[in-house]
Every structure is written in C-alpha cells, then in structure tokens.
Design a protein. Sequence first.
Length: 102
Amino acid sequence: MKKIMNEQLIYEILSVVEEIPEGKVSTYGQIARLIGRDKNARLVGKVLSRAEFYGKYPCHRVVNHAGRLVPGWPEQRFLLLDEGVSFKDENHVDMKENQWNC
C-alpha cells in the first residue's frame, strides 16, 4: 500500500471529504470515484482513519455503501445527528435522504 499512498493522494481524498456539505454523507466508494480511483474505497478508508494527522476534516460524514457507521466510533452518530442526518436504525444512515449528490 505504501506505493499507492502518497501525500498528493492523501490531500486529494481529504479535499473531497472537505466538500461534503453539512447534513449530507458520502461513501468511501463515492470518494474513490470522485478522485478517479474507482476500485480504491478501502484506500479512502485507510486515509480517513489517519486524517487527524493532516488537519481537521469532516470524516464523520463518510459511511460505507449501505450507510453503516464506522464500528468503534460512537461519536460519529452524534456528530451526524447534530447536523440533522436521519437514520434507518441505530447504525445506518438513511442514504436515500442524506447521500451527497455530487
């Protein structure tokens, strides 16, 4: 993975995350497509797991394709609720209502 990940790619991913509007969510795959790396959703997740080293980004607005929240990060739900994001259940965002339409 070290060959794939470089500073330019990291900032490319984070700049897309920065554009997600308040009250909307995006998926790892959607971000990968937006940067021209359709098959690199896991790479997006890896970068976001280390985003705190690069500044403050709204990583809480990124969920998996089914709207599932990040396991082990209970704050994510509260951050999204504060922005008005609706949920289907305890761990899944309502993607029909809240997905970023970019």
